[in-house]
Write a protein that binds this ligand. Structure first.
Ligand code: DSN
Length: 416
């Protein structure tokens, strides 16, 4: 067996991988669900555990040779318990969507009812969109944000729950900039006899660091992904009280998945260890400060933010007021050309389409990992405003690309 490098075996893939590192280095990654993991997390994820099958759970595997896999998974679980204060943790879901599937399979039957936030109001596909397994297996109704304030309409949610009588209420969102009031959702769930699943995929890191309130100990189930604000190995996680532990574990394996991706579980363990440090708390605090600063700068430039600001790592800009003829797609394309990578996003009351919506979503987790602070956020906000304003002007895009490149060079990424 030869142990050659990717470059020796497959130069085309080696080129693509190197160019991806350059792309991440030379531009601002502002997709709110992305981050830059450490070298240590990457090393764990590309370790020999990629070769190992370990169906089952530590101490109860269906294959031999799992002693090191057991150690890795036990450490990931104990660190997660310490980070989020959960009774029971399952670190095997391959993704946040798989974590949600694990919860649904654990406690719902096909055709049971789910009440969740509409995708165009900040929800997620796996909360019950008709194109997703959750929308196909279950009967789904969706709640919305208050059209005036952009905040979750908790009273509307209660009234809708009363009418619909759901078996599960889903809170936790992927394009909602405000702090979620978990207790209020839990109250509605208790009043209607529904389970409450809080999907903290976007804010796992903010919750772990205490800069966003935690649903652990409030909601029946807390799910998340492990590579966004928490900056660990790629995948998903489920947390719950001990009474649901067996149901959750068997819903994940053998219910929804086969062998866990043990190399990713190792990446989770390493990232969780990093997140237990006081530096991580400082990082998470700065992620939110940076998002607030960016929001203020954009507002000074006349942009409208859904809900008027942010309490989290993300901003949702509704372009309809400030730039009625510019779509989210126009803005996304022009910004990418200028070195600022974010995504076009639907906004509450969307009047265009999901493919070319009226908003853009911007997040600060990755640029904060690079070391950006208040001063850089001012420059980033000015740059976003100028590019959107002149989105069809190539000269402006070229000038901004130079400025962004200089900012990136001042905050190098994976510099060795
Ligand atoms: N793709 C993620 C996001 O961008 O919000 C969610 O799965």
């Amino acid at each position: 067996m030869q142990y050659d490098t990717v470059r020796e075996v497959d130069p085309e893939i080696a080129d693509a991988l190197e160019r991806e590192v350059d792309r991440q280095r030379e531009g601002l990654q502002m997709i709110a669900s992305e981050n830059h993991v450490s070298r240590a997390v990457m090393e764990a994820q590309s370790s020999a555990l990629t070769n190992k099958y370990a169906e089952g759970y530590p101490g109860k595997r269906y294959y031999a040779g799992c002693e090191h896999a057991d150690r890795v998974e036990e450490l990931a679980i104990s660190r997660a318990k310490e980070l989020w204060g959960a009774d029971h943790v399952n670190v095997q879901p391959h993704s946040g969507s798989q974590a949600n599937m694990g919860v649904y399979l654990a406690v719902l039957d096909p055709s049971d009812k789910i009440l969740s936030l509409d995708l165009t109001h900040g929800g997620h596909l796996s909360h019950g969109h008709p194109a997703n397994f959750a929308g196909q297996l279950f009967e789904v109704e969706q709640y919305e944000v208050d059209p005036e304030t952009g905040y979750i309409d908790y009273e509307g949610l209660a009234a809708q729950a009363d009418e619909f009588d759901p078996d599960m209420i889903v809170s936790g969102y992927s394009a909602y900039p405000r702090e979620v009031e978990w207790e209020r959702v839990q109250e509605v769930a208790e009043d209607t006899g529904a389970y409450h699943m809080a999907d903290i995929a976007h804010i796992t890191g903010l919750v772990a660091a205490g800069v966003h309130g935690s649903p652990v100990g409030i909601a029946d189930f807390v799910t998340g992904s492990t590579h966004k604000t928490i900056r660990s190995g790629r995948g998903g996680i489920i947390m719950c009280e001990e009474e649901y532990a067996d149901d959750i574990d068997s819903a994940v394996f053998p219910g929804a998945q086969g062998g866990p991706l043990m190399h990713n579980v190792a990446g989770k363990a390493v990232g969780f260890e990093e997140a237990l440090s006081s530096e991580f708390e400082e990082y998470a605090t700065r992620v939110v400060e940076n998002a607030k600063t960016l929001g203020e700068v954009l507002q000074e430039h006349g942009f409208s933010l859904v809900s008027g600001g942010t309490d989290t790592h993300l901003l949702l800009v509704d372009l309809r007021d400030s730039h009625p003829d510019t779509t989210g797609g126009d803005a996304e394309d022009a910004l990418e050309d200028a070195g600022i990578v974010l995504n076009a996003n639907t906004v509450p009351g969307e009047t265009r389409s999901a493919f070319n919506p009226s908003g853009i979503r911007a997040g600060t987790p990755a640029i904060t990992t690079r070391g950006f602070g208040e001063e850089e956020m001012q420059s980033v906000g000015d740059a976003i405003a100028r590019v959107v304003e002149h989105h069809d002007d190539e000269t402006v895009r070229n000038e901004i690309r130079e400025e962004i490149r200089a900012l990136c060079d001042a905050h190098p990424l994976y510099d060795e």
